[in-house]
Design a protein around this ligand. Structure first.
Ligand SMILES: [Zn+2]
Length: 239
């Protein structure tokens, strides 16, 4: 299968679904990570262009760990908008990845870029398959199955399905560690105690407790027409 995860910022995908992506990649599926914004406000010292370049390199390094392709959409951080150019760009990201399964942000998320990214991705999944919706790339043949990702503290997000990521937890941690610039930034914004890996570990453990394993990622499913079978497409449920 082709798998596409769309995150608002560099590091979002690692926090919420890198374990699941690592399992897909290990099983031979083709994984693409699309990142909507370039993270160009995420530094207490560097210029916007400088931090964007750093974050692009960090994201590529993370993708390389599991052999994922990167689609770098390069929108300004904090200014993602739900408009026609943005939806067009998202349609092209979906057309480029041609996904069977897609992971996107949900609407209970704390960050406006996350919510906008999730909404635009959700709204782009059907037009991506429509021939006369003309963009830079031709239409694709299938409409992907969509899962919403968890948010960092799990607030307002009640997972319906879990993926046991215990066997790939270290891979997920290494992918997140590629985003070195964000550890400094998160500590500056949210307090010295909050390391990016601690945040991820605590969420993975909490979801693991709920799922009956050591570490897990939780998801909800987009339940609108057309649908495919939930468990057919998730790691751990293949038959
Ligand atoms: Zn984010």
């Amino acid at each position: 299968m082709n798998i596409l995860a769309i995150g608002a910022h560099p590091d979002d995908i690692e926090l919420q679904c890198a374990g699941t992506l690592a399992l897909y990649a290990a099983a031979g599926h083709r994984v693409t990570i699309a990142v909507a914004t370039n993270g160009n406000v995420g530094s207490p010292t560097l210029s916007r262009d400088e931090i964007a370049a750093v974050r692009h390199r960090e994201q590529q390094a993370s993708c390389d760990i599991i052999g994922a392709r990167l689609i770098w959409m390069d929108y300004d951080d904090e200014w993602l908008m739900n408009d026609r150019p943005t939806r067009t760009r998202f349609i092209d990201a979906i057309r480029e990845a041609d996904p069977d399964v897609m992971f996107i942000h949900g609407q209970s998320d704390y960050h406006p870029d996350h919510r906008i990214s999730g909404q635009v991705a959700e709204d782009a999944r059907i037009p991506a398959s429509v021939r006369l919706v003309e963009t830079a790339l031709p239409h694709i043949a299938k409409i992907p199955h969509v899962f919403y990702m968890d948010n960092p503290a799990g607030i307002g997000f009640n997972p319906e399905v879990y993926v046991d990521i215990t066997s790939v937890y270290e891979t997920k941690r290494l992918m997140l560690l590629c985003h070195e610039s964000q550890d400094t930034w998160l500590r500056a914004i949210y307090g010295e105690e909050t390391s990016i890996t601690d945040l991820m570990r605590d969420n993975s453990k909490a979801r693991g407790l709920a799922a009956g394993c050591k570490y897990a990622e939780g998801f909800r499913e987009l339940k609108t027409y057309p649908r495919t079978g939930t468990f057919v497409v998730l790691p751990g449920f293949w038959t």
